[in-house]
Design a protein around this ligand. Sequence first.
Ligand code: SF4
Length: 399
Amino acid sequence: MTRTDPDSCPGVLRLHNAADGPLARIRVPGGQLAPQQLQALAEAARELADGSIELTSRGNVQLRRVRDASALEARLTAAGLLPSASHERIRNIIASPLAGRVGGAADVHGLVVALDAGLQADPLLAKLPGRVLFTLDDGRGDVSGLGGDIGVHAVDGDTYALLLAGADSGVRVSAGDAVGLMLAAAHGFLELRDGQWRLHEIPDAGPRLTDRLLTTRSGLDTSDESIEIGVRHEIPIGWMTQGDDRVALGAGVPLGSLPARTAEFIAAVERPILLTPWRSLVIADLDEWAAEQVVRVLAPMGLIFDAHSPWLLVSACAGMPGCAKSRTDVRADVAEAVESGRVVPAGAPQFAREGLEAAEIVASGRQHWSGCERRCGRPRGAVTDIIATGDGYRIDPAD
Ligand code: SF4
């Protein structure tokens, strides 16, 4: 597939003209946010945008209805959230949120920092399309299946498999060389591409890029034991005891929309925050007393600490009023479905239906609501689609 148009991914310096006003996307490599950065985002959301922070499926954030782009740029730069004007849109890096704290074979967060620095330091890599996604999986398999272009997946504490276009390339690399190899793969992508936005759009990109790396870089091994990459949907929710006996609290955020006031309460906890690609977050490094207080204060504000909450089954596109193509306000409709008990756990039979009013919809298991057939933001894997058509909603059950 060859594309003739440049990718149009928004950033802070290039806002997207959404139907409800300018939208800014702020990259958060590895989902790693310091408390003061979340505080800065909350203040920007309240004073310069619509009052909420949107979490994205790449662990980034968005602000809607931005009123003053220059003021936003200045604030985000001061908070360290816009470290590079030339490379801002290519810093799409997802990492296993719990790495180094709860389970996993390796701590990939240090690699995230090194990869981000390596990307920013390389002028040529500013040419990467804004859609390119890097993944760093600590071996538990939570992010390798999220459709990355270039990734590493921990095989053990010091060995990583190189993933290209979401599949195991067979190349094995030490932790010390992993970032260098990912950067070399990014250069290889630029050399192979002919307008494509994503690696998988280039014919035979994986094998071609693998051959190129094996012939140009020393110190690489290969393995015949291929790692099976699957799509997992295990959102870290609730109380998790870290390896150092402190506590990580996973919190769901209904439809990924975090009100500024709630974000300020999270920032006030003064602990590291990790945004996940499932539009949730993790507050890390808490002692038990603090963790109990966090749940006591933040659960009534709408954060979800119950892994069985129906909110964790649903996602939705922007819908009305944010998207001009939307036939209805899907987010209001899905919120009503959750709150009235019409989103039920997986297991109940789900039949194809069409011509439904929103209030008639009862759906089980993971489900994505869309304002039109494009189904923006649909998670990967087995998900029931609930799509607004010109004649009511249609339900397409998960395969
Ligand atoms: S799925 Fe359709 S309505 Fe929803 S955001 Fe995408 S284009 Fe807009």
